[in-house]
Design a protein around this ligand. Structure first.
Ligand SMILES: [Zn+2]
Length: 73
């Protein structure tokens, strides 16, 4: 499963920064009718990542975890 490792927030399966490509596809699919829910879910991950990765700039973590979500059409 393409889930985050802790505290690295790299994908457990492929090692890419989480959410990796496969994880993003799975998230967009499972939250396809609930964009707000996806943002809330990812915001919770971002909050945890901010605690676990104090060495990474917060804006970089936000870009990795939150700001890849496609804009609403
Ligand atoms: Zn992965």
């Amino acid at each position: 499963m393409h889930v985050p490792a802790h505290p690295s927030y790299a994908c457990r399966s492929c090692g890419s920064p989480w959410p990796c490509h496969q994880a993003r596809l799975a998230l967009v699919t499972s939250f396809r009718r609930n964009r707000v829910g996806l943002m809330v879910y990812l915001a919770a991950h971002l909050a945890r990542a901010l605690e676990e990765r104090p060495d990474v700039h917060p804006a970089a973590l936000a870009g990795q975890i939150l700001y890849w979500v496609p804009r609403r059409r």
